[in-house]
Design a protein around this ligand. Structure first.
Ligand SMILES: Nc1nc2c(ncn2[C@@H]2O[C@H](COP(=O)(O)OP(=O)(O)OP(=O)(O)O)[C@@H](O)[C@H]2O)c(=O)[nH]1
Ligand SMILES: [Mg+2]
Length: 206
């Protein structure tokens, strides 16, 4: 195990033996100054691909599976977003902002207690109608929401099309279509987050 502070492979650096594997995993970002911009939270229903997206953005492997409820606690990692190195938070799946399960409470509490610069609501392109009510709840809670319509590869296979431009006009938030498991749409999401965060900070300070 490397020291998470100095990355020395010896045990004698004396700085810390704390195990923070995510920091040694995304090593390219380790020496970069972490931005003062608040974290970006990935939220959404179970099994929509939040952890796959987290892996793609941060380079850290979080357990991913085809069973809902895989992620039960919050995980953090660093992602390069434009010029900034920003913390990204993976959250347990939640169906609504009025939680029933303990995992949902973890996600809800994070959103209500921690300042975030962006909330990426990850949805399954095959089940948009079931997922958009949570988008509205997040927006109503005045959270800075972007919509990540994931699993576009599966949606295409089922002949489902997503009218991204119409969604953006109707919701008045940025919408990115992606297939996180195929690494598609990740760069577009990064590109959309940068101006979005800049706009949010202007709106707060004006
Ligand atoms: N085909 C396809 N599968 C995907 C995509 N993104 C994620 N998956 C798969 O969907 C399943 C769920 O992915 P996770 O990342 O674990 O989902 P999650 O939202 O973190 O789920 P919870 O932790 O339970 O809330 C896994 O089997 C992934 O491989 C995608 O874009 N396309
Ligand atoms: Mg997960």
């Amino acid at each position: 195990m490397e020291c998470y502070k100095c990355q020395s492979k010896t045990k004698s650096c004396g700085k810390s033996s704390l195990k923070l594997p995510f920091l040694s995993n995304n090593r390219q970002l380790f020496n970069k100054k972490v931005s003062s911009i608040p974290p970006i939270a990935l939220v959404g229903m179970p099994n929509v691909g939040k952890s796959v997206l987290f892996n793609a953005l941060t380079g850290i492997y979080m357990t991913v599976s085809n069973y809902p409820g895989t992620t039960v606690e919050v995980s953090r990692g660093l992602a390069q977003i434009g010029e900034e190195t920003i913390t990204v938070i993976d959250t347990p799946g939640m169906y609504s902002l009025m939680p029933i399960s303990e995992e949902e409470k973890v996600a809800r509490d994070l959103l209500l207690t921690e300042p975030v610069s962006a909330v990426v609501h990850v949805v399954d392109a095959k089940n948009l109608a079931r997922m958009l009510p949570l988008t509205f709840q997040l927006m109503e809670a005045q959270l800075p929401v972007l919509l990540a319509v994931n699993m576009m590869d599966e949606a295409r296979r089922y002949g489902i099309t997503v009218q991204k431009d119409t969604l953006e006009i109707e919701l008045q938030i940025p919408v990115v279509c992606m297939a996180a498991a195929l690494n598609q749409g990740i760069e577009e999401l990064r590109d959309r987050i940068t101006p979005f965060i800049a706009l949010q900070s202007t709106m707060v300070t004006v």
